[in-house]
Design a protein around this ligand. Structure first.
Ligand code: GSH
Length: 205
């Protein structure tokens, strides 16, 4: 029988990977439907807002990667212990999104001069500012981002980190030991380890 969940995304990590991490963490079988760029124009109009990832389940369709992650976190019990902790998790996930969007502005900048300027501010200001604060948060929480224990924001952070590092061919957390600890804590989970070994290689962007 086909798995109940079907994730449709491009053949790279980015916004699909936190969803793949959460499904894998929970031992939930899923169809990892990776579409090729050439097939995207034909598929786009059939998606709710012309974008992926989308997740199908029992004839229903979900979109927006963070909303999907939040739903899966409930399914696999990786949410906060109370509403306040959920708020802290959501705020941290949103902060990671803020950083990702600033990063994307640099990555997708086509003008050479503007790109140089964006690179300077990304490496001298944006990364130190965001990663420094997130590292302090991970220090306070003993190698996790919220609540001193594993929650879905740790999976989101670790999964999206691949996209950052692949795109700039550098490890952006080299100088942030507590964020390294977050990544280690996630990657040592047996189901995540198994996913990392099993997932398609050479498509990390
Ligand atoms: N806020 C949305 C953003 C989705 C998004 O930007 N998807 C991109 C791929 S990463 C996409 O579908 N691009 C193709 C297009 O817009 O035509 C989410 O988190 O799911």
């Amino acid at each position: 029988m086909a798995p109940a969940y079907k994730l449709t995304y491009f053949d790279f990590t980015a916004l699909g990977e936190p969803i793949r991490f959460l499904l894998s963490y929970g031992g939930i079988e899923f169809e990892d439907n990776r579409i090729q760029r050439a097939n995207w124009p034909a598929l786009k109009p059939s998606t709710p807002f012309g974008q992926v990832p989308i997740l199908e389940y029992n004839g229903k369709l979900a979109y927006q990667s963070i909303a999907i992650c939040r739903y899966l976190a409930k399914q696999v019990k990786l949410v906060g212990k109370d509403d306040w902790e959920d708020l802290e998790i959501d705020a941290t996930v949103d902060t990671i999104t803020d950083l990702r969007l600033k990063f994307a502005q640099y990555i997708f900048e086509r003008d050479e001069q503007a790109k140089k300027e964006k690179e300077k501010s990304l490496f001298n200001e944006t990364f130190p500012f965001y990663l420094g604060k997130l590292d302090a948060q991970a220090k306070k929480n003993n190698g996790y981002l919220v609540g001193c224990r594993l929650t879905w924001v740790d999976l989101v952070f670790t999964a999206i980190l691949d996209f950052f590092n692949f795109m700039i061919k550098k490890d952006i957390i080299t100088n942030f030991p507590n964020l390294q600890k977050v990544k280690e804590n996630v990657e040592k989970i047996p189901n995540i380890k198994a996913w990392l070994e099993k997932r398609p290689k050479n498509v990390s962007h």
